[in-house]
Design a protein around this ligand. Structure first.
Ligand SMILES: Cc1cc2nc3c(=O)[nH]c(=O)nc-3n(C[C@H](O)[C@H](O)[C@H](O)COP(=O)(O)OP(=O)(O)OC[C@H]3O[C@@H](n4cnc5c(N)ncnc54)[C@H](O)[C@@H]3O)c2cc1C
Length: 406
């Protein structure tokens, strides 16, 4: 079957790209291929459900550029289509003197990224916003909030179909051979031909680069994030979103408290190396994924460089008492017994051969194909802006090759 564009991956990035493509170019013959029986079951359906702003990201980075506009686009989309969201605001709290300079860096970054209404808080002002939080100083970020990302994905899928796109589930992409500038895509659900391919495979993004005949510039290393739920009778301890100052060595935000859009409070996620790319529990082991990770010199360099960091994450994953101690820095009244086991998600984190984690969003392009290689947090918030960027690039390439009329 012939297509103008095939999008691989039915997470929020693939869905947003397909949606923006059809919105910009009605009539485009587009199909989205997803290997699972349902959409958004991996990172997108398991994440924290937070609408991030541009507080953390280096000014000028892709994350800074796409998250600030992306947040606005996501809010507009939810408003227009009746998806649940709430801009409840967030506080980022320094609980130790050593974190104060890093809090200041966030303040500068947030302002440089154009965030309006940021406020510095003293301990008393912290307690006015979050009566049970403890801290020396904090930043209040009023535009952040919570959202129903699976609800966003359902709506995107509905609009893709309404605008003439097709979605094929149970269609794992196995290979992508070139035929001139077009691609022949072999999947479990049959063979498809496309003038252009957009690959948004999340935890498998590097393997899709390889499947399309290119050499991946980075390897996806899976970092599992585990959550606890706060018992109902203790949920009064947290009103909205309470975050620590992140460790700059790690592109993760540190365990925090999150109110969920459909009720409940979550604590987490931590960041432990997973033994499978879709390894949601310690017992999930995939020999191919494990061998792939252990055979990658970058991972060993990373482990060697940060021994205390990853060994502490393992310890905290196995010790609920230690997890509780981390949370108590932010909310001292939280007790071990307040925590009930919650869900988990695995981050698709790109790592280079020299052992560095790629912090920014990262895209790779070749003739007739665009790969979203690294789309970690806040890519859910930024998805519509990422989709818009992808749509522009794809349509420009199709126009210049004469395959589509501008
Ligand atoms: C613990 C955690 C918390 C997070 N919290 C937040 C947050 O609060 N806010 C925020 O903005 N971001 C958050 N993120 C990040 C966010 O969830 C991701 O950036 C985003 O979901 C990435 O979307 P995606 O579509 O790229 O990946 P995914 O959602 O993983 O989707 C990729 C899809 O591709 C499919 N696929 C893979 N290989 C193939 C193949 N060969 N053939 C066909 N299909 C294939 C997969 O099955 C999957 O459905 C969090 C992430 C994690 C892990």
């Amino acid at each position: 079957m012939n297509h103008d564009v095939i999008v691989i991956g039915g997470g929020i990035v693939g869905l947003a790209a397909a949606y923006r493509l059809l919105e910009t170019r009605p009539g485009l013959k587009l199909r989205l291929l997803e290997k699972e029986a349902r959409l958004a079951v991996h990172q997108t359906g398991r994440n924290s459900g937070v609408l991030h702003s541009g507080l953390y990201y280096k000014p000028g980075s892709e994350k800074a550029k796409l998250s600030v506009g992306g947040l606005q686009q996501m809010i507009a989309f939810c408003r227009e289509h009746g998806v649940a969201f709430e801009q409840c605001g967030k506080i980022v709290v320094a609980t130790d003197e050593s974190e104060l300079p890093r809090l200041e860096t966030l303040w500068e970054r947030g302002n440089a990224n154009g965030l309006a209404g940021l406020r510095k808080l003293n301990p008393q002002q912290i307690r006015e916003i979050e009566p049970h939080a403890n801290g020396l100083a904090a930043i209040h970020v009023p535009q952040e909030g919570i959202v129903d990302y699976p609800g966003v994905c359902d709506k995107l899928a509905e609009l893709i179909r309404k605008n003439g796109g097709e979605i094929t589930l149970n269609a794992r992409v196995e290979s992508m051979a070139s035929e001139g500038s077009a691609r022949i895509i072999e999947t479990e659900a049959g063979t498809f031909r496309a003038d252009f391919v957009v690959a948004c495979g999340g935890l498998y993004s590097d393997r899709l680069v390889r499947a399309s005949g290119q050499k991946p510039s980075a390897k996806i290393i899976p970092f599992r994030g585990e959550y606890f739920q706060i018992k109902k009778e203790r949920q009064f301890l947290v009103r909205n979103l309470i975050y620590p100052v992140p460790d700059p060595k790690f592109p993760f935000l540190g365990v925090h408290f999150t109110r969920l859009i459909h009720g409940g409070i979550e604590a987490g996620p931590n960041a432990v190396l997973a033994f499978a790319r879709e390894g949601y529990r310690w017992s999930d082991i995939n020999p191919r994924d494990l061998a792939d990770a252990l055979g990658f010199s970058g991972l060993w360099k990373f482990l060697y460089r940060y021994p205390s960091l990853w060994s502490y994450e393992i310890f905290r994953s196995l010790s609920r008492a230690e997890f509780t101690r981390s949370l108590q820095k932010l909310v001292p009244d939280i007790r071990r017994d307040d925590l009930e086991k919650g869900g988990s998600a695995v981050r698709a984190q790109a790592m280079t051969a020299d052992g560095n984690l790629i912090e920014d969003f990262h895209f790779e392009e070749a003739a007739g194909i665009l790969h979203v290689v690294n789309a970690p947090s806040p890519a859910a918030t930024a998805s519509l802006a990422i989709g818009e960027r992808i749509a522009k690039k794809v349509l420009t390439q199709l126009n210049s090759s004469g395959k589509q009329k501008p």
